[in-house]
Write a protein that binds this ligand. Structure first.
Ligand code: PLP
Length: 393
């Protein structure tokens, strides 16, 4: 008989470790309310959600659903192939043209998700011999891309462009080329990068500048075009349709030759089935709606400010957030779980973010606001939060 090797031992060990340190994660099943974008049902119980990225409530918008249905009727349920083989339909080409025009850039490329774009773009753009400089708190998808790229990879201190400049200065002449990559708005902290300074530094050191604008598109900037809109000197912008756009998929904005390069060299674009017609339909409808949602955006920004200031008044630490993403830093994991449970008991869903997503001692409840949060919803949330005495008692 063959010696039996326990080939599953590593799985059991890893899971036991997670469970032992209270970091084990599992999925929770929700049923979305058909019309209210901030309401979900868990085990039949109505819950007010502060954890979705549906910043403008578009996921439930009739126009997105109608166009998704219309494109399913006219083009079918699937794209039948990858973009380079037979998966580029007229509707894909039209959406890319629309994107480029709307965002005022030479070209746009659709990707199946932001994660897919980030994790393969960097590998295509930064190879051996290149230096890749990224913000310390960059999204995991960018980290994956950086690791895949075989470039020398260094992370500068979070939002610290003096540290970035120091690293740029120290490496002049050592690399074939330099790439800088960062988010405009950070997903765990809700704070922002200094876009003007980044552009300046990239110009000065002739670095290729990549901005992940995932949490800004739809929400920030003129017409909701994000924090990179009309900004010269950014070589590549990544946006997602999975957040404020209420749908799914992602896009890259760049110059025409960079688009051609990605079509030829980016595996995450080449070796995957194109986005299906219903998704393209909802993206197109969202692209028509988003520029006109100025009131919703203004409301959301006012709301964010009000919530941050009320939280501050209650003694909560919201860190350097200046956006619709608001961390409530508690530090301790147990305390974080206790607040999360308190909120749940009162019908509120908010994400408890713990290691390994954030560093130990940096646990937090992260709330994300949406224009779908009515003043009543917000008042209720603040009242419940006020009633929690975990921190004080
Ligand atoms: C959500 C997110 C992504 C991934 O986008 P998906 O389209 O959801 O895959 C990439 N970057 C950042 C900063 C994000 O927050």
């Amino acid at each position: 008989m063959r010696r039996s090797v326990d080939k599953y031992a590593f799985i059991e060990r890893a899971l036991a470790e997670r469970k032992g340190s209270d970091q084990f994660r599992s999925l929770q099943t929700l049923v979305p309310d058909p019309s209210d974008p901030v309401i979900v049902y868990r085990n039949g119980r109505r819950m007010l959600s502060f954890c979705s990225n549906d910043y403008l409530g578009l996921s439930r918008h009739p126009k997105l659903r109608e166009r998704a249905a219309a494109y399913t009727r006219s083009h079918g349920a699937g794209a039948t192939g990858s973009r380079l083989v037979c998966g580029t339909f007229d509707i894909h080409a039209r959406v890319e043209e629309k994107l480029a025009r709307l965002y005022g850039r030479e070209a746009a490329v659709l990707f199946n998700s932001g994660f897919q774009a980030n994790s393969t773009l960097l590998a295509a753009l930064a190879g051996r011999g290149a230096l890749l400089l990224a913000d310390k708190l960059s999204h995991n998808s960018l980290l994956q891309g950086a690791l895949l790229s075989r470039a020398t990879f260094r992370r500068y201190r979070h939002r610290d462009l003096t540290d970035l400049e120091r690293r740029l200065r120290a490496t002049v002449g050592c690399y074939e080329r330099i790439l800088i990559v960062t988010e405009s708005i950070f997903s765990m902290d809700g704070d922002r990068s200094d876009m003007d300074r980044l552009v300046e530094l990239a110009g000065e050191y002739n670095a290729f500048l990549i901005i992940d604008d995932a949490h800004a598109v739809g929400v920030w900037g003129e017409q909701g075009l994000g924090l990179t809109a009309r900004q010269e000197g950014i070589d590549l912008v990544i946006g997602t349709f999975g957040k404020a756009y209420g749908s799914f998929g992602a896009f890259v904005l760049c110059a025409e030759p960079i688009k051609d390069y990605l079509i030829n060299f980016c595996p995450g674009f080449i070796y995957t089935t194109a986005l299906p017609p219903p998704v393209i339909g909802s993206i197109e409808a969202a692209l028509e709606l988003v520029p006109g949602l100025e009131q919703e955006r203004a409301y959301l920004h006012r709301l964010s400010e009000r919530v941050r200031s009320r939280l501050g008044g209650m003694g909560f630490d919201t860190q350097s957030s200046t956006t619709q993403i608001i961390p409530i830093l508690l530090g301790d994991e147990g305390l974080t779980l206790s607040l999360s449970r308190w909120l749940e008991q009162h019908g509120i869903l908010a994400a408890a973010i713990r290691p390994p997503t954030v560093e130990p001692g940096r646990s937090r409840i992260r709330i994300t606001l949406s224009s779908g949060h009515t003043p009543d919803y917000i008042d209720y949330f603040l009242r419940i939060l006020q009633g929690w005495n975990g921190a004080k008692g």
